[in-house]
Design a protein around this ligand. Structure first.
Ligand SMILES: [Zn+2]
Length: 109
C-alpha cells in the first residue's frame, strides 16, 4: 500500500520518496535516509519475530513506527508481536493460585 509522502519543505504530496523534491527542488536526502533506517528496523523486527525474539522484535517495530507512525504494516506486525509475547509470558507463569476469600470463608466449605 503506497503511503503518501509529504515534502516537509513545500508540503506537496510526492508519489515516491526521492532525493530531491520534484515540486520545490528541496533536498530530501535526510528523509530518504530516515525512511531507509525505518525500513531496516522493520525488517530486523520481522527477523527477530521469526526467531521468537519478541522483545527485540517489539523494540525494532517501535523504532520503525517512531520514525514513520503512518506505517500500518509495522503497526499490524507490532500488534502480533505483542500478542505472541504476551501469550508466551502467560504460559510461562505458574498455574494461578486460588483467590483468597475474606477471613471466615473456610468455615463455609
Ligand atoms: Zn517540496
Amino acid at each position: 500500500m503506497p503511503v503518501p509522502i509529504i515534502c516537509p519543505l513545500c508540503k506537496g504530496r510526492l508519489a515516491d520518496l526521492v532525493q530531491r523534491c520534484p515540486r520545490c527542488g528541496g533536498d530530501l536526502s535526510s528523509l530518504v535516509k530516515l525512511r531507509d533506517f525505518a525500513n531496516r528496523r522493520f525488517n530486523a523486527g520481522l527477523r527477530m519475530a521469526k526467531a521468537g525474539r519478541w522483545e527485540e522484535a517489539e523494540e525494532a517495530m517501535i523504532a520503525a513506527l517512531t520514525i514513520d507512525p503512518t506505517d500500518t504494516e509495522a503497526k499490524q506486525v507490532l500488534e502480533k508481536i505483542r500478542q505472541k509475547s504476551a501469550g508466551r509470558k502467560r504460559r510461562k507463569r505458574p498455574a494461578p493460585t486460588r483467590e483468597r476469600g475474606s477471613k471466615g470463608t473456610h468455615d463455609l466449605e
